[in-house]
Write a protein that binds this ligand. Structure first.
Ligand code: SF4
Ligand code: SF4
Length: 182
């Protein structure tokens, strides 16, 4: 069975191979258009959520509160596309880049059943034929491996359950803390 880290290693290798041949590849720091225009709310496997949660837990409280508000707004939003609730809108950066989901790692470099998983900029270059020699990653194979990483839920659902778990834990902690302080 594939582990999440093995999957990351394989995706990183494919991304690196594409980048090495193309130093001018558009994906990179400073480009956040795909994070601002997600076709749907991200869905993650349990394995991906466990990793992401560790990244979220390390964020400053004020940043986490902002993310929490974004999550609540997204949960009730019907309009598409959506902005990723994790994106730092001011800097255009991902606050959990090292722990980001697999889809964020493959986007721009993978295709699925002849459908390119990339933005309009790359699509234009594909249509012009300038990327004809690129060996794209196969996202169907990635999906197959992701299927072994636990149940899949919407990002807002994972987050909401995590937050409820935290408030439950602190509610149970309260009497213990009060007791130890007396
Ligand atoms: S897929 Fe497109 S929008 Fe996303 S990082 Fe790459 S070039 Fe930028
Ligand atoms: S998790 Fe990070 S990389 Fe992925 S869409 Fe959100 S902000 Fe972008």
């Amino acid at each position: 069975m594939t582990t999440l880290s093995e999957l990351h290693v394989d995706v990183d290798a494919r991304v690196l191979a594409i980048r090495e041949d193309r130093p001018d590849w558009p994906c990179g720091k400073g480009c956040d258009s795909c994070c601002r225009r997600l076709a749907e709310e991200p869905r993650l496997t349990l394995g991906e959520w466990d990793l992401l949660r560790a990244g979220l837990a390390a964020l400053p409280p004020e940043r986490l509160s902002e993310i929490s508000r974004n999550m609540a707004a997204l949960a009730g939003q019907r309009i598409r596309p959506v902005v990723c609730p994790l994106l730092d809108l001011a800097s255009g950066s991902c606050p959990v880049y090292a722990q980001r989901p697999v889809a964020c790692r493959t986007y721009g470099f993978y295709v699925q059943r002849d459908l390119g998983l990339y933005c309009h900029d790359i699509e234009t270059r594909v249509a012009e034929g300038s990327l004809a020699d690129v060996v794209w990653g196969n996202h169907d194979a990635v999906d197959h491996r992701l299927a072994g990483l636990g149940e899949i839920r919407a990002l807002t659902e994972w987050f909401e359950n995590w937050e409820s778990g935290k408030s439950l834990a602190s509610a149970y902690d309260l009497p213990i803390a009060a007791k130890s302080g007396s």
